[in-house]
Design a protein. Structure first.
Length: 153
């Protein structure tokens, strides 16, 4: 897997698989070394879509608090797409209430993740209400006419 990860640097699914293998083998430092080398080769801060892969490795090596601190220091940490990753770290450390608070800040975008955490807290009714609200929102029509203002079919 390491050869594949080196051959396809930047492919998130490969990096994610590589990182999970490193975690499974109890070698988070190997996964972090590879991600650090990739970041150095890019010469800039990693976008969240690659950065989040390192968080479980940091948690395994340095502890959850360090991983959460590093996650929150990233420029994209306050976005809806970062929230589930931060919440996953918190929930994995038994801090489900904090995970819910993170997800609630971005509830519309992360309603399914939030519902799962609410269920873990025993708040099943709240989860069902949340999911019903989300599912009952009207969906705008996909087709409203052409680029040339022709009427729809």
């Amino acid at each position: 897997m390491r050869v594949l990860a080196e051959a396809h640097n930047g492919d998130d699914w490969i990096l994610h698989t590589w990182s999970n293998l490193c975690l499974d083998q109890g070698r988070p430092e190997d996964g972090l070394a590879h991600l650090d080398a990739l970041a150095a080769a890019c010469g800039r801060e990693e976008d969240w879509d690659l950065y989040w892969i390192r968080l479980p490795l940091i948690a395994a090596r340095d502890g959850v608090d360090e991983a959460i601190a590093r996650a929150r220091s990233h420029p994209e940490s306050a976005t809806s797409y970062a929230a589930p990753h931060i919440a996953e770290l918190l929930a994995g450390a038994g801090r489900t209430e904090e995970a819910v608070a993170v997800l609630e800040q971005h509830a519309p975008a992360n309603s399914h993740d939030l519902a799962g955490q609410l269920i873990d807290l025993g708040r099943v009714k709240d989860a069902v209400v949340l999911l019903q609200q989300r599912d009952s929102e009207p969906v705008p029509p996909v087709w409203t006419g052409s680029l040339f203002n022709d009427p729809p079919f």
